[in-house]
Design a protein around this ligand. Structure first.
Ligand SMILES: Cc1cc2nc3c(=O)[nH]c(=O)nc-3n(C[C@H](O)[C@H](O)[C@H](O)COP(=O)(O)O)c2cc1C
Ligand code: SF4
Length: 435
């Protein structure tokens, strides 16, 4: 049930400091490492003051969109007499992203502490941790840690002796990508089909069971105790470039690379050094070609672009892509981009909940066209159709899954058009290496 996790000397291990350390999983072990001090103090502090500390720290959501966390919390109207809810999004279904499950596997009490602090800050007595059902080990570890925390009175009625109630429950999903979308996640907890809801109303007004609700990602919530322990200035000061991107970030690295895995670096870290130094560069005899840096739903960039990026929200945007969830997918020169992008499109077509015509039909059509091109039966008109299709699939649907299908595909065609054209003109087959 373990693996030898060793941080690279150039990492800044804050959330990942205890990855691989079985003792950090226990309540006693977590307390011995400074755990639950922040929660005790937070429960004795005014919720608005906690919101303000998180606002000052500059923490932004790590689930994909990067929304400022303290600001999100401040949308919850305190003292309105309604039950408030916190949902921790532990669905982690984005292809290429595998950091949240490691936080839960190794430091479950960090997440419990973050959830309890957040619940207090938004006036909630109940938090649901929504975990993808296939994550059997993280679920078992979280359940065991929650049982320990309840038994010790850290959470529950009179949490940490504060007189406040904080209940935290695990809710298992059945493994659908769409259930990571925040409103689909709430429907799923309510026992309905996990379909996204039209917004407004936004969750802070009418969320879970129609009540004010905040949804945050695992990594976001696990960062909160560290911010309270060390202060917002400490968190802000960690950034190496843009003052709008603060703290450290866990990046999951997969694909054609020497050392895949999770790496924690300060925001603004140079991507070139990240790829060649921390991740060990390409596999022997190969060269990097393209990167999807934020999980599969953001635009593809070339290696030449990636080598200039500073790894923060603004740094990725400068090159027309996004930090997203921080799932770095790497392609080397042996990969066929049309083939890889066809695979991604198929994923989105499979995961579409089918409520919106543009998404249901668009993702399926996009897949068909791409597969036709890969099979050597595409036309130049097909490329134009993909762009037209993407325009109709973007910004017009209930959630952004539809946009997510188009983003890697159109950016991939723009940057690697030659590979598509070579397949169309019959010069190359995608079943052999494309240089
Ligand atoms: C199709 C889809 C899937 C998503 N999957 C996840 C997920 O697995 N985990 C997650 O934290 N956020 C996911 N999100 C983003 C959430 O809807 C939401 O923005 C996030 O959990 C908010 O947390 P944060 O503010 O802490 O980032 C997904 C969004 C979409 C549209
Ligand atoms: S965009 Fe796609 S996944 Fe999102 S609600 Fe519409 S059909 Fe469902």
């Amino acid at each position: 049930m373990g693996y030898p996790h060793k941080s690279h000397p150039r990492e800044t291990p804050i959330l990942s400091k205890y990855f691989g350390d079985p003792e950090a999983r226990t309540l006693e072990g977590w307390k011995a490492r400074g755990g639950y001090k922040a929660l005790s103090q937070a429960l004795a502090t005014d919720p608005v003051a906690i919101q303000n500390v998180v606002k000052e720290s500059g923490l932004r959501g790590r689930g994909g969109a990067g929304f400022p966390t303290g600001l999100k919390w401040s949308f919850m109207k305190l003292g309105d007499g309604k039950p408030h809810y916190l949902c921790c999004n532990a669905d982690e279904s984005e292809p290429g992203t595998f950091k949240d499950r490691e936080i839960m596997r190794w430091t479950p009490h960090a997440l419990i502490e973050g959830c309890a602090i957040a619940a207090h800050a938004i006036g909630a007595e109940t938090c649901y941790i929504y975990i993808r059902g296939e994550f059997t080990e993280p679920i078992a570890v979280m359940e065991a840690a929650l049982a320990e925390a309840r038994k010790a009175g850290v959470i529950g009625p009179n949490a940490c002796g504060s007189g406040k109630t904080v209940n935290i429950w695990v809710h298992r999903g059945a493994g659908a990508y769409i259930c990571g979308e925040e409103t689909a996640l709430m429907n799923s907890i309510e026992g309905r089909r996990g379909n996204p809801r039209i917004k407004p109303p936004f969750p802070a007004v009418a969320g879970l069971f129609g009540m004010p609700t905040t949804i945050n990602n695992v990594e976001t919530l696990a960062a909160v105790p560290h911010i309270l322990n060390n202060g917002p200035e400490w968190y802000k000061a960690m950034c190496l470039s843009s003052p709008k991107s603060c703290g450290s970030k866990l990046f999951s690295v997969c694909g054609n690379v020497a050392r895949p895995g999770n790496y924690e670096v300060p925001m603004g870290f140079p991507f070139k050094e990240f790829l060649y130094d921390l991740c060990g560069g390409p596999l022997p005899g190969r060269k990097f070609k393209a990167i999807i840096p934020g999980g599969s739903s953001v635009p593809v960039i070339t290696i030449e672009e990636a080598e200039q990026v500073k790894m923060d929200y603004e740094g990725f945007m400068e090159f027309g892509t996004m930090l997203g969830s921080g799932g770095v997918i790497i392609f080397d020169d042996a990969q066929s981009m049309p083939k890889q992008l066809a695979r991604l499109a198929r994923f989105y077509a499979h995961e579409s909940c089918a409520q919106c015509t543009q998404c249901r039909e668009g993702t399926a059509w996009m897949t068909k066209i791409l597969e036709r091109i890969v099979a050597g039966q595409g036309t130049f008109e097909d490329l134009d159709t993909i762009f037209e299709l993407t325009e109709n699939m973007t910004g017009k649907t209930i959630c952004v899954l539809s946009d997510s299908c188009g983003a890697p595909v159109t950016s991939g065609i723009t940057r690697f058009r030659g590979e598509f054209e070579a397949l169309i003109t019959g010069k190359r087959s995608s079943t052999v290496a494309v240089g």
